[in-house]
Design a protein around this ligand. Structure first.
Ligand SMILES: C[S@@+](CC[C@H](N)C(=O)[O-])C[C@H]1O[C@@H](n2cnc3c(N)ncnc32)[C@H](O)[C@@H]1O
Ligand code: SF4
Length: 454
């Protein structure tokens, strides 16, 4: 088992982004009254639609109960009457986008995320999907996926989704230990996870992912071992083994406990290393930041052949450079410009009623941003990247000093042409990406917070 030196851990356990985008969301600016984004949208749409088809992300924010650790954009509510207004608003937003499109959109990737998409009744999901597909074509090699909560995903949900062509499902599992579950307010019997996994497979889902988290309050090495052991018994095709992100200034539920309830950084790292080793021994392959896949899974095939990509929805094996995000807080990415919808539900409805896009923040990338994004994407997806001569000045001034330090610490191998992440370096991928993060380096805003890298 790889065991990085404790000094190394202390040195690199810093606040760094997870790099699901570059530049990272906190560096985006206000896009209200901003037409630049929509110009980029219109100019990029046709090409993207013809070449690879579009990706669509639909954010379904409602959850019945607050899991106290949760850092996602969610709205806690028990009254399901909210479903109707929400799915209709999402459809309104989609139709609004359709007016900007010069031809019928071809949907290649579709992901329903949350919050808890399975908060919605199967019937409401059916209505939503019918309306989305009503004005679109479906790509012959579609990839449709959903995030399901093991406690409220039913076979009726799974059957309807399967009829619409969904083949991938990701279950939020987090931890199987009853004591941890009690502490994080997420009681979720193992039988529920087992039941939904078996049902999904019977109904025809070909890829089941579990999200697990290490570093949660009340976890111990023993509990992590048991969680991983029990997980392996159910053989999910993919596993996201996330580092718990503790940012109580943003995720208020996390204020219900304090740092003393959390494992120390060296314990947390041990949890990761123990879990990782168990997964490797069970046949899973570490394909990148937090993610593991069994060899038959498409994600591993993509990793092996250098076709792995990463966007806001996580790792994917299809490269669509054009993502439209629908719903509160959803993010769109045209390849050269990002936009994020506002997070407030009533403002989202109001904007749509007024015939406006509910976009709040965004960012138009310049050439340097695109190049830095390329380096970061290669580090995260391939574990290596080649340096380009045209960036010599930027490298000398900003990037090389940080890379040289990473090299001295054994996290990367490097020569004049490029870098390769070492085995130890894979634990610190976020820190390696940081070397190319010119935006964060130039920022003078000290109020921007990220979770720590370990
Ligand atoms: C948007 S949530 C949706 C999952 C679904 N609502 C559920 O809970 O089953 C996606 C995943 O983010 C991860 N997540 C949420 N909060 C986190 C945190 N503070 N640190 C690390 N991962 C977190 C969890 O693993 C979760 O399954
Ligand atoms: S973890 Fe999932 S179910 Fe729990 S509050 Fe977050 S989004 Fe909702």
């Amino acid at each position: 088992m790889i065991t990085p030196d404790i000094q190394l851990l202390k040195k690199y356990n810093r606040e760094v982004p997870r790099y699901t985008s570059y530049p990272c969301v906190p560096y985006w600016y206000d896009l209200e009254d901003h037409h630049q984004y929509f110009e980029k949208f219109t100019s990029g749409f046709e090409e993207a639609n013809k070449i690879g088809g579009l990706s669509l992300y639909v954010h379904l924010p409602f959850c019945e109960k607050l899991c106290t650790y949760c850092g996602c954009n969610k709205i806690i509510i028990t009254n399901h009457v909210v479903e109707e207004d929400y799915w209709q608003a999402v459809v309104g937003e989609w139709y609004h986008y359709r007016e900007l499109m010069t031809e019928t959109p071809v949907i290649r990737e579709l992901h329903l995320g949350g919050g808890t998409p399975t908060f919605f009744s199967p019937e409401n999901l059916r209505r939503l999907l019918n309306c989305i597909f009503d004005i679109a074509d479906i790509h012959s090699r579609r990839e449709f996926s959903i995030e399901g909560h093991p406690n409220n995903t039913t076979s009726a949900h799974l059957e309807i989704l399967q009829q619409f062509g969904f083949q991938r499902i990701s279950f939020g599992v987090q931890d199987h230990d009853p004591e941890v579950q009690k502490f994080i307010n997420r009681i979720q019997p193992y039988e529920n996870v087992k039941r939904v996994t078996e049902q999904a497979r019977e109904i025809g889902f070909t890829s089941v992912n579990y999200d697990l988290i290490y570093g949660l309050p009340r976890q111990s090495e023993k509990s992590i071992e048991k969680t991983i052991h029990d997980t392996i018994l159910l053989k999910p095709d993919r596993i996201a083994f996330y580092s718990y992100a503790h940012i109580p200034v943003k995720a208020r539920g996390q204020r219900l406990y304090d740092e003393n309830d959390l494992p120390a950084p060296e314990e947390k790292l041990k949890f990761y290393l123990t879990g990782r080793q168990m997964l490797l021994e069970a046949g899973y392959i570490d394909i990148g930041m937090d993610h593991f896949a069994l060899p038959h899974d498409k994600l591993y095939q993509a990793f092996k052949t250098g076709r792995l990509h990463r966007n806001f929805m996580g790792y994917t094996d299809t490269q669509s450079n054009f993502l439209i995000g629908l719903g509160v807080s959803a993010i769109s990415d045209t390849g050269i410009a990002y936009a994020q919808n506002g997070k407030e539900l009533l403002t989202y409805y109001r904007n749509l009623n007024d015939g406006k896009f509910p976009v709040k923040k965004g960012y138009i990338l310049d050439e340097t941003d695109k190049d830095m994004r390329h380096y970061i994407s290669e580090v995260v997806c391939k574990g290596e990247t080649c340096f380009q001569a045209k960036h010599k000045d930027i490298f000398d001034k900003y990037i090389l000093p940080e890379l040289e330090e990473l090299w001295r610490d054994g996290l990367i191998d490097m020569d004049d042409n490029g870098l390769q992440v070492t085995v130890i370096g894979r634990i610190f991928l976020r820190n390696i990406c940081h070397a190319f993060d010119l935006k964060q380096r130039m920022s003078r805003d000290d109020s921007i917070r990220f979770s720590r890298s370990v």
